[in-house]
Design a protein around this ligand. Sequence first.
Ligand SMILES: Cc1cc2nc3c(=O)[nH]c(=O)nc-3n(C[C@H](O)[C@H](O)[C@H](O)COP(=O)(O)O)c2cc1C
Length: 332
Amino acid sequence: MSNLWQSLQKPVYALAPMENVTDTVFRRILIECGAPHVFFTEFTRVEQVAAYPRRGLPGRMRCQSSERPLIVQIWGTDPELYRRAAAIIVQLGYDGIDINMGCPVRRIRNKGSCSGLIINPALAAEIIAATREGARSQPSGTLPVSVKTRIGYDRPVTDEWIGFLLQQNIDLLTVHARTAFQESEGPVNHAAILRTVELRNQLAPQTLIFANGDIRSVAEGGGLCSRLGVDGVMIGRAIFSDPHLFSPLGENPRSYANQSPRQKIALMQRHIRLHQQTWNGSRNYEVMKRFYKIYLVGFDGAIELRDRLNRTYDYQSALTEIDEFSSQVRYY
Ligand SMILES: Cc1cc2nc3c(=O)[nH]c(=O)nc-3n(C[C@H](O)[C@H](O)[C@H](O)COP(=O)(O)O)c2cc1C
């Protein structure tokens, strides 16, 4: 099995993993609008992955082959569970395994998971080694192992932490250039990314580096790749203001702003129907409301329809509301 990260053309544009956003449904919608080079799943607990097939496939790992290349992101604290989870991910035919060492949510980091690992490098190293072992344990092949992290816990410690990770033999390191305590606040520290690239060149020339944090477009990401010397970028929240964000990577770049109101409403209807078919009952309908803000922008009546949908309580009431709105307002 070839290593995905070595085979992709650089610079690489990835969609950032986002819980309750980048599920199989949104990935399929984005393939229509313009796909990134690679997708990551929402972060999935190693306990849930390791319980496969006894407890079924975790919903966060659901996908169709059109969504590949797809990397499964995992989190937890028990190296043995990482080993087992990695072996399962290989057997199931995904394209890579990413370890979350960046989520700043207090109740998660306080238990030592995700960004909590920044202050426990010994456990972080054990987790990476166990994941690599699991990823190599299957006759069907091996998968690349990557880490997504931040530049420190309560203060930037790029040399210590990033330098340490780069000595753990990982295929890709994605750096959200803020500390865990910063969450999403304050400026992204580009100097820390430059330093990451220097460290990589000294310590692990084979490891790819992706920059993450506040990148608003493919053009901006490309500029950063040239300026900072990274191999790619991971873009997250910018997708909330442009579902066609990645379309410049394809042959027919389109801008969401140029879509007609009818096209925007139809895209949203497809998302609602697909979400219902895929998750009916197993995900909270409320997560749809984030998407109404994404799709319903830039046309007369958009805010009114959004307000009406924000008062709905299930898929059917949302679809009925859209039908009523569309029969009152004619768009061409
Ligand atoms: C709603 C939401 C959910 C997120 N879920 C995850 C996740 O599951 N795994 C992860 O590594 N990061 C997660 N993140 C962080 C993003 O992947 C990304 O690192 C962060 O948003 C900064 O990039 P951006 O400025 O391009 O959005 C999440 C962010 C948001 C806004």
